[in-house]
Design a protein around this ligand. Sequence first.
Ligand code: DAH
Length: 341
Amino acid sequence: MQQKLNQLEQQALAELEQVTSQENLQAWKVKYLGRSAKLADITKNLKDVPREERPQVGRRANEVKQALEGSYQKRLENLQDAAMIQNLEKDRLDVTLPGRPVQPGRLHPTTRTHREIYAIWAEMGFQMYRSREVESDDYNFTYMNMPPHHPARDMWDTFYTKQEGVILRTHTSPGQMRVMRERAPEPIRVIVPGMCYRYEQISARSEIQFNQIEGLAVGEKITFSDLKGTLNSFARRFFHQGVRTRFRANHFPFTEPSAEMDVECFVCGGEGCSVCKGTGWLEILGCGMVHPTVLKYGGYDPEKYSGFAFGMGPERITMLKYRIPDIRYFWANDLRFLQQF
Ligand code: DAH
């Protein structure tokens, strides 16, 4: 019986040496340590062993069992380690490889110009006022001193809607009226930025959709020199400290007097070139003293209050600044254009 146990032990350990997978290991376990294994039989049938041999056989059977269990456990750990190492090899990560470059996004050139302009006006004490893009005919025209059928309305080609009296704003000027009616008779310093729409033939110079930034200051004793000083100050901050400007008389229905402001051409420095068409000057905005009729519509007594207003086109200014030849690039979403900014 002793011999039988020795043999069993040897055979089991030899076979264990050959086991290379966890499935085979389980099979081995069933075969040698399972309930119907030979070793289990011997232990179960210990009563058939002659009395005097019984303690020794029992002890030996236990030893063999412990030896097999210990070897099994070791083998299991070995196989698990090997499996883990194999997995690590297979899913190897080379942390020294360079990463994939991430293309950073960038701001649209119009957005950049807007932000620069906002910051300058904020510094000068102007608040931001947002006004609607879908406007009434009255706000866009009538209250801006252009009664129905007035020929001045033809300055703007308008998008009408199916609803009588509802249009897309052709300029940000109706924003002036919205602020005045909200704030009267308080003093006002605001800019009104946003999208405007015009029913025009799209070309290099005109789009049906573009931005404007309106400005409005209303209060007591505001004069034309306030207008000039404020706009000059803006130009110096936006272009450069020494920039020269000039005001040319013009006409807008909602201001009196009205003007356009030019800055000296920053391409040729005033010498005359193709960008300024030989004049040495670039027009950047329209402006003027708020017309008494507009003040009245806004709820301000023109005998007591006065104000100035201006309107500029950030796309146009961006085109001048970066010498962009065609306004259609702004909405074409062509990366070759956008990535230059
Ligand atoms: N609304 C004018 C336009 O679209 C621009 C303008 C001119 C606005 C003079 C003003 C202003 O506030 O005073 O052409």
